[in-house]
Design a protein around this ligand. Sequence first.
Ligand SMILES: NC(=O)c1ccc[n+]([C@@H]2O[C@H](COP(=O)([O-])OP(=O)(O)OC[C@H]3O[C@@H](n4cnc5c(N)ncnc54)[C@H](OP(=O)(O)O)[C@@H]3O)[C@@H](O)[C@H]2O)c1
Length: 291
Amino acid sequence: MTATSTILVTGATGNVGRQVVSHLMAVHGGAVRALTRNPATAGLPDGVDVRQGDLADSGALETAAQGADAVFLMWPFHDDAPAATVVNALKRCVGQVVFLSSGAVLDGIVPERQPHPVGRSHAAVERLIERSGLRWTHLRPSTFAANTVWWADQIRVGDVVQGAYGAVPMALLHEADIAAVAVRALTESGHDRAVHVLTGPEVLTQAEQVRTIGEVLGRPVRWQELSREAARQRLLADPEFPDTFVDPLLDGYAAMLAAPPTATTDTVESVTGRPARTFRTWVGDHAADFG
Ligand SMILES: NC(=O)c1ccc[n+]([C@@H]2O[C@H](COP(=O)([O-])OP(=O)(O)OC[C@H]3O[C@@H](n4cnc5c(N)ncnc54)[C@H](OP(=O)(O)O)[C@@H]3O)[C@@H](O)[C@H]2O)c1
């Protein structure tokens, strides 16, 4: 990308997209566009060219992407049904895509055989992008630290977090680190056909994550193990949590328990020049969410 390129950010009001937008506004000399379904409530920074549209609506996507040079693509769907339409629309409009994929995608396995549903849908999108003729970079992040906000309701009113699979280890990632890598890939050369596998700097079980949140908040908080079915019912009863994602989430935890992702990568540091932020730092940045 040149300093005057136009970059479109999808998922621009989400955990990662919002950080990508603000980071681009700080470092990129060209125009920054943001796609959202609700511009009125998007709360994006001044100077961002906010466009209304749903990713599933290829007409709206094409209108938003017209004249842009590159796109940050976030996949909000739980399957790959609209993938061909989205990738074809991008192909007609932009030259480069940086795709927020998932660490659930396993190398060397075709999308249809990926063991995890999130891996299946993201691998299918990756493959379409690779075959599209677009210049591409895939980001494959491990679990987001932001997922722990799902516990905020419990932590605000007590000292216990109930859930299943407390022993699952994760190398939680700060959304700012994912965004920093995305911005490098969007604005620098050297990332074409790169698959950036991103993790946080340390592996913590869910029970350890809960303890860390308590330490940062200055009061003890502990994990209480539930059966899978009890945890499932709890998530289904949560109006904020999408019902369709309950089983994929629990299946993902079960898979991570069976084959723990013990390794961390140094990709955040090698790409951005800064070590990945710790989970403790993330909690400090988001303490108000738990207060
Ligand atoms: N959470 C994890 O642990 C994890 C780990 C690895 C990979 N990932 C992947 O990361 C992605 C999630 O990123 P995130 O946490 O930054 O997202 P997020 O916070 O869940 O936000 C998603 C944003 O996407 C937009 N959106 C939703 N449906 C849309 C649609 N149909 N058309 C256009 N925009 C739509 C929404 O914006 P508007 O409401 O403004 O339209 C929303 O703000 C997913 O693909 C997930 O699989 C997540």
